[in-house]
Design a binder for this molecule. Structure first.
Ligand SMILES: [Zn+2]
Length: 482
């Protein structure tokens, strides 16, 4: 199988329950004919760039060090957040040290003298998470944010073959169409990648604007299903000849948003010494619906004060601090970052999520997240529906008409690909091959690890995290707060 090839198509933010024969017939057909991971999970925090890095490294934030879409690491850039969507920030941070502290698929393929090629729809910095240091190791990508954000050889090939890109901003279905054409007509024949990746920013972009039930999102579902139809037709024409496999996945789900919880302002009016500006004084706050607090030069008591205050707010969900005993964090009532596989030297002193609520059939059929702003739908936290993603695969390497109920998710996809290619996993790659999806494979020994609940309590505040303990990591399934 060492000469197998893979194309991975990512449909950003697509929930598995949206894939129905009525609404997305091409994708539902692809799922039903191939092998799929029914219970597939995203990595917490369920932000896009966390899951990009988790996919590319086959690993968790414990190893790769990316916890949010923006991070704070004063050893790399002392005076500012590192916006992982910004190419200039990513370049400056990575010039100062390793931005991703785990080995990525591009490096593993390079070490095995194989080619990786990516076309990425989204912000200019993010493709450098998926093709980490690609310009230094001969792995190529096109950024649909513009040729200057692409690697040199890919930019040369695609600009010569296809000319100008469509509009780089806003909702654009032409963008993912161009991305597929660039891969199909230029990068695949030109570079012959062993592993190719197309990252579509839809339906995520539309969902953030329009929610799960709006007309803009419905148009996006239709668009990506048409795209899937074209990608599948192209793949089928090459599957046997090129030993080409196709994986279609998403990076997380979405839940509906209930806004009005500006966490930064609420903390400041409570007199807590926090700042959302790195240049300001106080502990550094990332005020997302699933965010973090970096204590920095503040006394340790500030962490305890912030947690105690948050535990009294009914809009707060789950809280994690540094490990105390494998389950609890060092602050009473918090859970351990190690339990969630998010501990890392770069981790914030506190992870928090705004409260998640179960689906209410009439008003919020898709589940709800309290959120600072309240636009459209959102993700980032530990709602079971944010943690779902799709993982469908077909081709010579995979079983046909097979649905697996084994434990796994986005972290396992790169290890699965490397196992088929006969490439040894790097030590930081804690995911494992989804063996039972493979034509001649068997499930990993931890495939049916039981779901366990872990609870932390302080006064009237109580929170529970449900997870499966796999060999190399813990896989979050859901979380609640009472
Ligand atoms: Zn995403």
């Amino acid at each position: 199988m060492g000469d197998s090839r893979f194309l991975v198509l990512v449909l950003d933010g697509l929930r598995p329950d949206l894939v129905t024969g009525r609404d997305m017939p091409n994708l539902a057909d692809f799922r039903d004919r191939g092998a799929s991971l029914k219970l597939s999970k995203a990595q917490f925090p369920t932000h896009t760039r966390v899951n990009k890095t988790s996919f590319t490294s086959g690993s968790t934030p414990k190893h790769h060090g990316v916890h949010f879409n923006k991070i704070f690491d004063p050893t790399l850039l002392p005076d500012q957040f590192i916006d992982l969507g910004d190419h200039a920030d990513v370049s400056r941070a990575d010039a100062a040290g390793r931005l991703i502290t785990a080995t990525t698929i591009g490096q593993a393929l390079r070490d095995a003298e194989r080619q990786f090629a990516l076309v990425h729809c989204g912000m200019s910095g993010a493709p450098w998470l998926l093709n980490y240091r690609g310009d230094r190791i001969g792995q190529e990508h096109i950024s649909m944010a513009g040729y200057p954000h692409s690697t040199a050889e890919a930019a040369r090939l695609v600009s010569a073959g296809m000319g100008d890109m469509p509009d780089t901003k806003g909702i654009s279905h032409a963008r993912s169409r161009f991305a597929f054409d660039a891969f199909r007509t230029v990068l695949y024949p030109g570079l012959k990648p062993q592993v190719g990746l197309i990252w579509s920013d839809e339906p995520d972009k539309s969902l953030h604007v329009d929610g799960l039930r709006g007309p803009v999102s419905r148009a996006a579902f239709q668009h990506i299903d048409t795209l899937v139809g074209d990608v599948v037709a192209w793949w089928r024409s090459l599957a046997d000849k090129d030993d080409l496999n196709l994986i279609i996945m998403s990076d997380h789900g979405h839940v509906e948003t209930v806004g009005g919880y500006p966490v930064g302002e609420l903390m400041k009016s409570a007199g807590l010494p926090v700042t959302t500006d790195v240049a300001g004084e106080g502990a550094v706050l990332l005020p997302f619906g699933s965010g973090g607090l970096y204590l920095r030069d503040q006394p340790r008591q500030v962490l305890f004060d912030v947690v105690e205050w948050m535990q009294r707010q009914d809009w707060i969900g789950n809280l994690f601090t540094a490990d105390l005993d494998g389950v609890n964090g060092v602050v009473p009532g918090t859970l351990s970052t190690a339990l969630a596989s998010i501990d890392h030297p770069r981790a914030p002193d506190l992870f928090f999520t705004l409260r998640r609520l179960a689906a209410a059939p009439d008003e919020f059929p898709f589940g709800r997240a309290l959120d600072p702003t309240g636009r459209g739908s959102t993700h980032g936290g530990l709602h079971n529906e944010e943690l779902t993603n799709i993982c469908f695969a077909a081709g010579p390497a995979f079983k046909e008409r097979y649905r697996s109920d084994t434990a796994g998710g986005i972290v396992d996809i790169t290890p699965t690909i490397l196992s088929v290619l006969g490439i040894e996993k790097p030590p930081t790659m804690v995911g494992r091959a989804l063996g039972d999806l493979l034509a001649d494979g068997v499930a990993p020994p931890d495939a049916h690890a039981e779901a366990r609940d872990f609870t932390a309590t302080a006064g009237a505040y109580s929170q529970t995290l449900r997870l499966r303990q796999l060999a190399g990591r813990n896989l979050a399934l859901d979380a609640t707060r009472d």
